[in-house]
Every structure is written in structure tokens, then in C-alpha cells.
Design a protein around this ligand. Sequence first.
Ligand code: 5AD
Length: 349
Amino acid sequence: MNNELRVIINKLIKNHSLTVDEYEKLISLRCEEAAEILKAEAVNLRKKIYGNKVFIRGLIEVGNICKNDCYYCGIRKSNKSCERYRLTGDEILACCENGYQLGFRTFVLQGGEDAYFSDDFLSDIIKSVKKRYPDCAVTLSLGERSRESYERLFNAGADRYLLRHETADEEHYRKLHPEILSLKNRIACLENLKEIGYQVGCGFMVGSPCQTAKNIAKDLKFIEEFKPDMCGIGPFIPHKDTPFRDEKSGTVELTCYLLSVIRIIHPNILLPSTTALGTVEDGGREKGILASANVVMPNLSPVMVRSKYLLYNNKLNTGAESAEKLQQLKKIISDIGYEVVCDRGDVIK
Ligand code: 5AD
């Protein structure tokens, strides 16, 4: 292995921190041996804190109507081929009931940015879920909202919020989003969520168009400094009805490498092995867990709408990706030496 890389890896393991330049080299100089060393360290840290537990979250895709037009996303506003839907409050509650019976103790309500999901509407649902299932956590993933809105939803009982920062580099952010969206506002939202008291998740796509090693280095520095409780990373996968239709997908290899690096930066973090990772390659999700991810998010959405929530081509929504096939998922995970557990799975501080 390159000696400079060896020195950087040792420093990361010792200090859980690097400069942006060092993170950049960690990425650009990477080799198989480096990946193995980082993976071993990451898995060891995860084991000390979370044992061999893998937490599950029931993902409910509440709607695919979105006011935004992000160039990478299959449910962007301009995609006229996307068949739009919204779940009603009763449908969302029915998903939770189904999930509770299956053993889920976290429900993630995810959807596009859609005014239909008003504070009143969401507060009612959150309160109902918390009243019916006091032993469950509610996670929201509904994009950018005002501080007041985040406060109201938190006061209604929401515990966690996922809002990927997408890229921590201004210039790269501009290449992925239309003018009206800004990295500054994203970060302000993340800061607000944290101050309000949510457990907060940020994250980014690996291998998104125009992404450089320097961009990823900035993502890692941002994650190091922001100290999120959760971090969602998955490979970019093109969607046929977006401007990025002809771009290449991100790789399992780099995603797993970064999962290990993020685990070393923040040993206690909750890291999902994402659906996108399972979609780009058969067995990708297992590789994510073996690289120190400790969360999986099976799909609890009504089966009828699953084929409509397509952020990218060929998104998995059957098999071990679906909540009904929890037994299958448990077996896959136990076959690689881990155990799916049915509790809230809060971050250990
Ligand atoms: N490929 C991979 N991930 C995507 N996302 C959106 N579009 C894509 C795509 N084409 C991710 C974004 C978003 C999350 C919900 O899904 O990072 O934050």
C-alpha cells in the first residue's frame, strides 16, 4: 500500500478526524488492502457499541408528489411519466398497524415536498401513532420545512428526521439541483432539526454526476463536524426520466469503503445499508452490513403504490426489501453473522 495512505489511515483510526485534503487522499489513493483495514476497524467499533445487532425501520412512502425538480430524482416535478399518489391518514395508520404486527418499532414517513402533508395533517398522524404504539419511534423524511414546522412535528411526538445534505460542496450542489434550492438552506434545516432535539440523519449519494474525490472529502468533513446521529449513503442510480438518465451508477465498492470510514469517524452512528446498495448489485445490502452498516429499512408502503415511488431505475421493492418478507431478511442477515432485532434501535450516545 502507498505509504502516505497508510499514515492517513492510522491517523483516522487514532483521531477519528482528518483534514479535507487527507480525506481526499483517503479516497483517491484507496486500494483493496486499505478497504480491508478500514472495514476491520469499523466492524470492530460497531461490535463494541451495538454488538451484532441490525436495527430495522419500516419505511412508509407517504406520497410521491414533489414541488422540487432535483436533476437526479425520479419523482422530480418535471417527470410527467411518474404516476402520482398520496396516502390518506388512514392508509398511513394501516401501514403502521401492519408494521407493528410484523415487529417494527420504528416507522419512517418519507415523501416528496408536498403541501398536502401540512403540519396539522402530520401532527394528527404522529400523535395517533405514538398513542397507539408508545414503544415506537417515528422518523420523518419529508424534506425542507420551516423551523416552526419542524418544531410542531417534534412537539407532536416525532423522534427523528432524515434529510440528506446530498453534497457538502456548493459548486457540486448547483450541478445536482435547480437554482431555487441551496446548500445553505439545507444546512440551516439540519441545524434547526438538531437544535430542536431530533435525532438527525444527513447523507449523500455516492457516484452522483460530477462528484469528485474532493467533493466526497467535503462530505466526510461535514459529517465529522455536524455529528449526525444517522447517515444515509447509497450509490447514485440513474432514472430514465431525468436529465441524468445516461449517467453511470455509483459503485458498491466505494459506498462500502465510505460506510467504514464514516463508522470510524463516528463509532456510535446509525448507518443504513440502503435499498440503492441492494439495487446496484445482488448482495449489495449484505456487503454494506459487512462494511459496518447496522440498519435496514424494509418497505412497509401499501403494495399498490410501491412501483410508483421510483427514485431511480429498477428500485427493489419485493423480496427481502419488503416488510412482509422479514423472515427472509432475518435469514440473510443471520447467515452473515448478524441479528435483526425488533426494538426502537436508538443511537447510543
Ligand atoms: N439514485 C440514488 N439515490 C437517489 N435519491 C434520489 N434520487 C436518487 C437516485 N437517482 C436519494 C436522495 C434522497 C433520497 C431520499 O434518495 O439522496 O435524499
